[in-house]
Design a binder for this molecule. Structure first.
Ligand code: NAD
Ligand code: UDP
Ligand code: UDP
Length: 320
């Protein structure tokens, strides 16, 4: 179908999720026609309710494991549950979403010759033996563990992206996203930042799994979205994979203490068993992103946590 409108038509799968809703917002701000595709598996209409009145925003309820025929110029493939509780709830569906979903979105991109970005993950590195993680590291993933439905399916998705690129000359961008947090995280999705803030605001104990000595590097959502937008605009030869995340590393115990301080909570820290295959450490090497997209996360942890705490308070979490 010939393109008549001047606006760029951009498809965001998983657009009603945490990251997807922020991405849709930014794309609308820059003047795109945005098509948000979501089956509301882990996302919610509340995340995009404020966009529904915008004539350049369109919401399609659809499960990407089934074919989808649309005419678009660019695709951001974010559709996939991202928190361990959500992706382990229906692990077969999780694998289908990353594998069948990617095949369908790649088939769509091939038919309309659209550029396509995959929201891959630091989980492709598994429990890493190399620290910090560089894009050239192949990872250490348990293929039969409880996290495999997410990790292995995301690895397979990367394979599919690179094969469509080699075989069908598709323009691809594979972004390996490290732990990202911010407003619109699901309060019950079990991720560490949302869990700790919700527990602190309710005055409940803060549940640290294991000793709390395991590390993560937390990126604020606005910084992450900026990186995805910049990466998508790079010349075609830059396929990635590209690490995007904040290289500042914290132990989970440090995070718990910061959340307690910032919320002024009286919560005590309690230790609970460590989930299986929980990576001991994670920190992105972002030298490639610094060079390619001239990007650096700008939001310090405390400032990002404050905004996230404010969001959960505004949602009524902890209100009496
Ligand atoms: P999220 O769960 O909030 O968003 C995922 C969205 O995808 C939800 O709205 C969900 O309903 C939708 N979805 C799931 N299965 C679908 C399907 N079959 N068809 C259509 N829509 C479907 O999670 P998020 O944190 O916003 O993550 C977005 C993407 O970024 C995911 O692909 C995730 O793997 C990736 N990622 C996120 C992080 C992070 O820290 N937030 C880190 C690494 C990678
Ligand atoms: N597909 C889709 N939308 C499109 C084009 C293709 O959902 O606009 C799906 C199609 O159903 C197929 C998959 O994408 O299952 C892969 O398409 P491709 O053309 O690569 O493979 P083929 O159709 O040859 O199996
Ligand atoms: N975690 C924790 N308490 C919680 C939730 C998570 O100690 O209430 C730990 C979890 O064991 C892991 C880290 O925090 O070591 C990050 O967990 P999350 O589920 O947010 O992300 P991922 O493990 O996928 O990086």
């Amino acid at each position: 179908m010939p393109k008549i409108a001047n606006r760029r038509r951009t498809l965001v799968t998983g657009g009603a999720g945490f990251l997807g809703s922020h991405l849709c917002e930014r794309l609308l701000e820059r003047g795109d026609d945005v098509l948000c595709v979501d089956n509301f598996y882990s996302g919610t209409k509340d995340n995009i309710a404020h966009l529904l009145a915008n004539p350049h925003f369109e919401l399609v309820r659809h499960d990407i494991t089934f074919p989808l025929y649309l005419e678009v110029d660019e695709i951001y493939n974010l559709g996939c549950p991202a928190s361990p509780i959500h992706y382990q709830y229906d692990p077969v569906q999780t694998t289908k979403t990353s594998v069948h979903g990617s095949i369908n979105m790649l088939g769509l991109a091939k038919r309309v010759r659209a550029r396509i970005l995959q929201a891959s993950t630091s989980e492709v590195y598994g429990d890493p033996e190399v620290h910090p993680q560089l894009e050239s590291y192949w990872g250490n993933v348990n293929p039969i563990g409880t996290r495999a439905c997410y990790d292995e399916a995301k690895r397979c998705a990367e394979t599919l992206f690179f094969d469509y690129h080699r075989q069908h000359k598709l323009e691809i961008k594979v972004a390996r996203i490290f732990n990202t947090y911010g407003p619109r995280m699901h309060p019950n999705d079990g991720r560490v930042v949302s869990n700790f803030i919700v527990q602190a605001l309710r005055g409940e104990p803060i549940t640290v799994y294991g000793s709390g000595g395991q590390t993560r590097s937390f990126c604020y959502v606005d910084d992450l979205i900026e990186a995805l937008l910049r990466f998508m605009q790079t010349p075609a030869e830059h396929t990635g994979p590209l690490n995007v995340g904040n290289p500042k590393e914290f132990t989970i115990l440090e995070l718990a203490e910061r959340v307690i301080n910032l919320t002024g909570a009286k919560s005590k820290i309690v230790h609970q068993p460590l989930p299986s295959d929980d990576p001991a450490q994670r920190q992105p090497d972002i030298a490639a992103a610094r060079k390619l997209i001239d990007w650096e996360p700008l939001t310090p942890l405390e400032a990002g946590l404050e905004k996230t705490i404010e969001y959960f308070r505004a949602q009524g979490v902890g209100a009496r």
